[in-house]
Every structure is written in C-alpha cells, then in structure tokens.
Design a protein around this ligand. Structure first.
Ligand code: PTT
Ligand code: SF4
Length: 604
C-alpha cells in the first residue's frame, strides 16, 4: 500500500499489551482514513449499549492518507469514541504532533481499549510501546503534564493529554496538546480519564510510504507558496477566526446571554481588533503556515491561545466583555481540558438558571470571579459543579423548570457559537450534524445570510448536504485542516493531486463524496443503534428557544424560527439522504454504500 501505512496499533490497557494489526486495502479505499477509520473501528468493535466510561469502550486516535506528509496543514488528528456526553458517536479533530509521529512510527490509527489499573501514560516509539506510571502527573493540568513529559522525550515528540476535568470524568472534557490545541468536544477527555490514561506520547522516525515522494515534495512546496498568494492570507495571520466576532455581531447571530440576543453591547471589547491589541504571537498545528492560534496575555499575565468559538462562548454568551478575562477562562479551559464551547454554553445555562431562581447559587452575567469559582467547581465536581459537569441536557433534567427549552444543545452536545434564531439552514446543520450541535460538518451560515436567511427552501438543504459531504466526510477522512480551502480558497484540485502523489490512486470528487456518504451514514447508524427505542426525529430539532422565544435585542429583535417549516426542511433533508421519516438510513441506501452488514444489524 502507498499513502497508508497499512497498520493499526491496538492497545489493551487492562493487559498492558500492544498489537500491530494489518488492515486491508479495501478498508483503506472504502473509508479513506481519519473519521472514516474511526467510525468503522467503533461500529465494529464497540458492542451496542456499551457504557462510554467503561473499560469496554474504545478510544481511537486516527490519521489519513494526507496526514503528516509535510503538505499544507497536515498535522491533524481525529480523536473518536462513543461519547459519554451524547451517548452517540463522538469525535474531534485537533492539531498535534501525535498525528505526524504516529504516521512516522508506522501506524494510521491507535486504538485504545480496557482500563489501566493505575494512572498511566502510553508511550509509542516506532515499533516499541511502553506504559509509564502517571501517578506523579495525575491531578496536574494538561500544560504541566505535557511539560513534564517533554523532558523525557525528544523535542518533536507528539503529546496529547488531559487535565483534571478529564480525570474527574466531566462529560465535556476534551484532549489537549501544545498548550492550546484541543480536540474531542463530546467528552473524549473523559473517556481517557475513565481509562486512567493521562497522556499519549508518540515518537516516530520512519518515512511515510508514498507512491511518488518526489512529486509530493514538489507539490507540498508549491501548495505552501500558493497559500501565501491568497488575498486574505495576511489578515488571516493577524486575526485567524477572530474576525468572525464582528461578522456575527453585524448579522445578529452572536451568542449572547445564553443564545438570547444575537448581539452584544460589549462586542468591541472581545473582537479581532481588541485581540490584536494584546496579541503576542501566532501559534498553530504542525506543518501549517497559516498558524491561526492568536496568543495573547490574559488578565493573569499568562499566555492564552484564542479562537472565535472560545472567545464568544466564554465572552458574550456569559456576558463578559473584557478580553483579558475571557482569555484567562480560555486558558483555564485548556489547562483543565474542558471543551471551551461546552464550558461557556454550560456556564450560560447556569447563569440563566440562577437569574430565574431555579438554583440557589448566585452567578451573575459577566461576574468574572463567580465564573472562575464555577469553572473550578465543575472541574472538581463540587456542589452545583457536579450537576453541570454532566452537560446541559442532563443538568436541565435535574434542575427542571422550563430549562429544557433553553438548555442549548442538540443530542446532548452543547451548541457552538452561532445563534440561529434567524438562520434555519444553519439550525438544520446543527440538527443533523454527526456529533450533535457542532459546526464542523457544515458552516453554511455566511452563505445562508448572503443568499436569503429567511427562506426554508430546498436549495438550503442541498447546499447543506454538499457541505456536510465535503467537510464532514472528505476533509475529516483525508484528514487535513479544512481552513486552507474553507477560509483561504485553496482549491480542491490540490487535494486530488496530493491524494495521487500519496496513494498512487486517482480519487474523483464523485468517489470522495461516495466515501464520505458511506462514513456519514455509518455514523448515523451508530447513533440509531445506540439510542435504540429512544431514537426519534425530535433529536434532529434544535432547542425550543430558537422557535418559541424570539431574539430579545438588535435589528432583528422579535425574530424566531418557524417549527413547522423547519420540520418540512428536515423531511426534505431525510429524503435527499435516503433516510426514512425518522431519519434512519433506508436499507437500499446502506446497501448502495456497501454497508449491507450495517443494515442487517439495524434489522432494516
Ligand atoms: C473544535 C472546537 C473548536 S472549533 C474550537 S475553536 W474553531 C474550540 N477550541 C478549543 C480550544 O482551543 N480549547 C479548548 N479547551 N476547547 C476548545 N473547544 C473548541 O473545539 C482547531 C481549528 C479550528 S478552531 C477549527 S473551527 C477548525 N476545525 C477543524 C475540523 O474540525 N476539522 C478539520 N479537518 N480541520 C479543522 N480545522 C480547524 O481547526 P474539535 P485545534 Mg479542535 C484551544 O477539536 O473537538 O473538533 O472541536 O482542534 O487544533 O484546536 O484546531 O473556531
Ligand atoms: Fe491548525 Fe489553524 Fe493551521 Fe488549521 S490553519 S492547521 S487550525 S493552525
């Protein structure tokens, strides 16, 4: 095989064993890599009904045929598992040297199962594998853990780790690397914690088998040069994703006070230009020349790496308009290994519950000291923090009142940073995303606003499906960062050339879309299998706040989504995907994609 190493590394933490397992060329060409591999491995190996925090669950660290090759933005790692937050398929895609080193160690994925008897570090170095004792690191932040481990390894070693949120099984704990990259929103950090796995360290020194290494070298250099010519490149280096704050403010979709307002009176205090005033450097994922991580000095004088989502969810959504304080919360999220989006969303929920007298704790909007205390309480599961550590879906069931209407999640995953009171297409993207409410599969909101935000027509459904196939399947499975294409306009043709030089095969767009369709249908089947009798099309409907309570401020004050029209769009979406009226893939759809065994398991 070229392009793929042809090996997975299976780790059993209970038995402290490591086994290299060859996989077939058919698997590679049917699922490509990254998310495709992860979905297939989890479907096959995780028994239906498995407790996500039990030894029986698996966590997969996966790469693809373009990962780690030294072409633009190829240092990305998929981290996937059955999610303790949602109960369905969960994954995230983070930048990490683990991705590059894993390929250089000769593996395309590391599959971890079982549970270590005491806190452990998994260390993979080319063909050797050790289990290090982690008792000195347990209880430390992810930054401290990585710094300590770095002393024992080479400078270029890849390290991903968890902080106290992961150890204490906070359901939205994520996995952190390089003091500011984080991946696995739906609780992948808690899965690591449940396995007593503090960190994964990978060192690799071999070369990745490529069909045409010389051609790849040439194309990689050309690709990096091409990115420099893109008109938006220099502004991107200045602000990265932070320019989205102003765009959302101008378009009434900035999450504010738990997704109520769409605009924030202190937006200028947290926007890209405010960030530039306190910025000290750029950071980024391996093998990237776009380095979109904005490092600033936070209110405690420490470095914090900012992106749009983090700033808004820990800023406007909780009423905080002072960027250095937002940056402190962002750094705390990374240290504890919280997913910052779910953290900000959950704090917003708690503030509203406090305001409405549903909880006795006093947590005022924008009250920085109270927020810091709450963040610590969630990390250590103290008092109300213990309830909030379960995520807003579970918390709303305990806290009650009408709070399930404004617990802002889909399928248990907290909504990321776009208010959809006035964007039905983006609401549908959240409703049908493959991990719960995340924008990674389809960020169609800018297109939607440009092309008529008020409509519920089929063109939106078609555009959404196209975006999901490209972003959620193709990019996640080739496994490279999508920003060169989605944000700078780096043409898709480059990826065809890269795939050819890597694998020796020509993948047409049609073939890539078919792989993507297969992967996304398999993920859908995973949800249906895990939810069983609880599965319902209602799970594809965003929270009632967007339908029943209109925007409370800004030029679009008074606007809300129409539930009946949303449901018509959802029906159309199902038909176009080849799913039945409950959103379950039809037998003929699965058969067409070569997923006959999946249809059989679902008893279709
Ligand atoms: C991603 C999600 C996002 S999406 C952001 S900001 W974004 C938040 N970042 C967090 C963080 O930081 N620290 C933290 N403790 N929690 C965080 N949670 C949130 O996680 C990220 C970039 C970004 S920045 C985006 S959109 C793109 N996402 C990609 C993707 O999903 N796939 C892909 N092939 N390429 C992508 N490129 C971009 O990568 P999750 P990262 Mg992230 C600090 O992980 O679980 O997918 O959630 O990985 O290395 O930080 O890069 O405006
Ligand atoms: Fe990472 Fe940003 Fe570069 Fe993408 S553009 S690889 S997210 S630093």
């Amino acid at each position: 095989m070229h392009g793929w190493t042809g090996l997975f590394l299976r780790i059993d933490l209970t038995k402290s064993t490591a086994t290299a397992e060859p996989y077939s060329e058919k698997l590679a060409s049917n699922f490509l890599g990254g998310r495709g591999f992860a979905a297939k491995i989890l479907w096959d190996a995780v028994k239906p009904g498995t407790d996500p925090l039990s030894a029986a669950n698996k966590i997969v660290f996966a790469t693809g045929p373009l990962t780690g090759i030294g072409l633009p933005n190829s240092g990305k790692l998929v981290i996937a598992s059955k999610s303790p937050l949602t109960g369905g398929y969960g994954d995230g895609n983070t930048g990490s040297w683990v991705a590059v080193n894993m390929r250089k160690a000769g593996y395309d994925a590391v599959i971890v199962e079982g549970k270590a008897s005491h806190p452990a570090i998994l260390h993979v170095k080319d063909k050797t594998c050790d289990f290090w004792d982690a008792k000195d690191l347990w209880g430390k932040t992810s930054f401290e853990a990585e710094a300590q481990l770095r002393k024992k390894t080479s400078k270029l070693a890849g390290i991903v780790s968890i902080g106290q949120a992961g150890e204490n099984l906070v359901k939205f704990a994520t996995v952190v690397s390089q003091d500011g990259r984080a991946g696995g929103r739906p609780g992948m950090g808690a899965v690591m914690g449940s396995k007593n796995l503090k960190a994964l360290v990978v060192e690799g020194t071999q070369s990745i088998p490529l069909a045409n290494p010389e051609e790849m070298k040439r194309l990689a250099v050309e690709g990096y040069k091409e990115l420099l010519t893109k008109p938006i490149y220099s502004f991107w280096k200045r602000q990265g994703t932070m320019s989205t704050v102003d765009w959302c403010q101008e378009n009434s979709c900035l999450p504010t006070l738990n997704f109520r307002q769409g605009v924030f009176d202190k937006a200028e205090g947290i926007n890209g230009f405010a960030m530039e005033k306190i910025k000290v450097s750029n950071r980024g994922c391996p093998q990237c020349n776009m380095t979109c991580g904005n490092v600033v000095k936070d209110s405690e004088g420490q470095d914090s790496e900012l992106d749009y989502e983090n700033v808004v969810m820990l800023g406007s959504n909780i009423g905080l308009g002072r960027l250095p304080e937002v940056a402190t919360l962002n750094r705390m999220a990374d240290e504890f290994s919280f997913d910052s989006i779910s953290l900000g969303n959950t704090i917003g929920y708690a503030m509203e519950a406090s305001e409405k007298g549903l909880i006795s704790e006093k947590i005022g909007w924008g009250d920085f000291e109270a927020i810091k205390t709450l963040v610590n309480d969630i990390a250590y599961r103290r008092g109300i923090g213990d309830i909030l550590a379960e995520g807003v879906r579970s918390a709303s069931k305990i806290i009650g009142g009408d709070s399930s209407n404004w617990a802002m999640h889909v399928k248990g995953l907290e909504i990321s940073a776009y208010d959809c009171h006035t964007t039905p297409g983006m609401a549908l993207a959240y409703g049908t995303s493959s991990i719960g409410a995340h924008h990674k599969d389809a960020w169609i909101i800018t297109w939607e606003i440009k092309n008529g935000r008020e409509t519920y027509d089929d063109s939106k459904v078609e555009y959404l499906i196209k975006a999901q196939l490209l972003r959620g399947g193709v990019f996640e499975s080739m496994n490279v960062c999508r920003f060169p294409h989605s944000s700078l306009g780096f043409e898709l043709e480059w990826y065809h050339k890269y795939l050819r030089a890597s694998t020796g095969q020509d993948f047409s767009m049609g073939q890539l879309n078919q792989i993507s369709d297969r992967v996304l249908n398999l993920i859908r089947a995973f949800w249906v299998r895990e939810y069983g009798k609880e599965w319902s099309r209602d799970l594809d409907i965003p929270p009632m706040r967007w339908f029943k309570e209109s925007l409370t401020d800004g030029p679009l004050k008074g606007s809300a989504l129409n539930l009946e029209k949303y449901k018509v769009m959802l029906d159309s979406y199902y038909r176009k995907r080849g799913w039945d009226e409950n959103g379950v893939p039809k037998k003929e759809t699965l058969d067409r994609l070569g997923l006959v065994d999946v249809a059989n398991q679902l008893k279709l």
